[in-house]
Ligand binder design. Structure first.
Ligand SMILES: Nc1nc2c(ncn2[C@@H]2O[C@H](COP(=O)(O)OP(=O)(O)O)[C@@H](O)[C@H]2O)c(=O)[nH]1
Ligand SMILES: [Mg+2]
Length: 441
């Protein structure tokens, strides 16, 4: 994802990293390159300019921390500023506790609305919620069929009325949902190739008739600034409640993702990362920023602190890590980065006493791959609350990941051991690493 931008930013940071002292000129040179990298990634011109200006002001005004390389601090400032640009914190979807809750999906043709409708239905089905997908894109017969096929594939109910207008179909679907105790109604509306007034009028009528709890605009990340302009127009007419970035798995340059929040003022709520119905993620600004920068803030700080062997700093950092809730999703995140730089290794290596235990350990690539496959076969809920994984869930996960129940058991055992270790370390009475701790051998 955004590999080109990541490479360019890394080059820009080379200008300031590793220097004992950073001058104002160093910062300005580096920031000029950051700005260029952002523009090449198709970030909105004004957004890029303001971003760099803000980082520059903060970098020049920052008091240089002892024991941390000033260049490292600049990377941290860029990271924080990027998190801010992406919306700061994750914006949750409207809860589906009200029966029925209505989500309206809109966007241009081909942006990924129908796919998202299926993905959301599956996501909530996994949470034991009853979803109803509604075919309101009636202009292309194939579109109605496409949604029906998706719905059938995940055994979710599909709603459509022949020879009726989209507004009537949506209104009747909500009524049907009320009578049939459906938790979530998802309206798959029609798109056009370009924004036109008639389409907007129709969407406004649907909004009026169904009072959606969530109006999600699907923005195709591959289309760069066009996606931003489209989102802006939709937002002005419909007061969109959330943006969904689609096709983030493709070779999008990053411009849409980095500009859309700032330009539209609308939070990014979901990331669509593939054609399969399971390829949907809640959007986390900090995770994307870390991915774009090629490293997490903790990781970069840890790396530096490690070099300077500042025990106090190390303790402070590990405490930060220990306080953070550590679930299987984080574990998976770590796993993805592990191959690149082994942050867990370096983070754990910082804790007095652990560093030695980890000396010379080798990461087994296949083991990491297998662990990632198992976690990816879990639902979000299972990743967050691994204790709910019972026998039948284990069977499903094993089948989905092409492994065995035994392998799932082993992973869970190792995860719980690690979680326990982290909490013990938090209580400062850490006694040692559990044996065979994954993924270290
Ligand atoms: N790679 C990738 N393809 C996607 C994603 N979302 C949708 N697509 C593909 O984009 C095309 C258009 O999607 P569709 O849902 O039909 O768009 P709609 O016209 O807005 O309903 C289809 O071929 C989808 O398989 C995504 O997140 N990643
Ligand atoms: Mg469609």
């Amino acid at each position: 994802m955004f590999a080109n931008l990541t490479d360019k930013l890394e080059l820009a940071f080379k200008k300031v990293r590793g220097l004992g002292k950073v001058s104002e000129k160093n910062i300005k040179d580096s920031m000029r390159e950051v700005r260029q990298a952002l523009l090449e990634a198709d970030v909105n011109f004004k957004v890029a300019r303001e971003f760099v200006k803000s980082v520059q002001e903060k970098a020049i005004g920052t008091e240089v921390l002892q024991s941390i390389d000033p260049g490292q601090q600049i990377v941290k400032i860029v990271h924080d500023e990027m998190v801010d640009l992406l919306g700061g914190t994750a914006a949750p979807l409207a809860s589906v506790d009200k029966t029925p809750t209505v989500y309206m999906i809109c966007g241009l043709q081909g942006s990924g609305k129908t796919t998202l409708t299926g993905k959301l239905a599956l996501m909530y089905k996994r949470k034991k919620k009853k979803a109803l997908v509604v075919a309101a894109d009636i202009y292309r017969p194939a579109a109605v069929k496409q949604l029906k096929v998706l719905a059938d594939s995940i055994q979710v109910e599909h709603y459509y009325l022949e020879n009726e207008s989209p507004v009537t179909i949506c209104r009747e679907a909500v009524k049907y949902a009320e009578k049939n105790f459906i938790d979530l109604v998802i309206l798959d509306t029609a798109g056009r190739l370009h924004i036109d007034d008639k389409l907007m009028g129709e969407l406004e009528d649907i909004k009026q008739a169904t009072k959606p709890d969530e109006i999600l605009l699907v923005a195709d990340s591959m289309t760069g600034q066009d996606a931003v302009n489209v989102a802006d127009e939709f937002h002005k007419r419909l007061q969109v409640t959330g943006v969904v970035l689609s096709k983030l798995d493709g070779d999008a340059r990053g411009g849409a993702a980095l500009s859309i929040r700032k330009v539209t003022g609308c939070p990014i709520k979901l990331a669509s990362v593939g054609e399969k119905l399971g390829d949907l993620e809640l959007f986390h600004p900090d995770r994307l920023a870390s991915r774009i920068l090629g490293m997490g803030d903790i990781v970069s700080l840890v790396e530096k602190a490690q070099e300077t062997v500042d025990i106090e700093k190390a303790e402070e950092l590990s405490e930060k890590l220990l306080k953070a809730k550590f679930d299987l999703e984080d574990f998976l995140d770590q796993m993805a980065q592990l191959k690149k730089m082994g942050p867990l290794e370096s983070v754990l290596g910082m804790v007095p006493g652990v560093g030695k235990a980890l000396k010379g350990v080798k990461l087994d690539e296949r083991e990491i791959e297998r662990t990632a496959a198992i976690i990816k076969s879990m639902t979000i809920e299972e990743r967050r609350q691994p204790h709910i994984i019972d026998g039948s869930r284990k069977k499903r996960i094993a089948a989905g990941s092409g492994t065995s129940v035994q392998a799932v058991n082993q992973l869970l055992k190792q995860f719980f051991a690690m979680q326990k270790m982290f909490s013990q370390m938090g209580k400062k009475n850490f006694k040692g690493l559990p044996k065979n701790m994954m993924p270290f051998q």
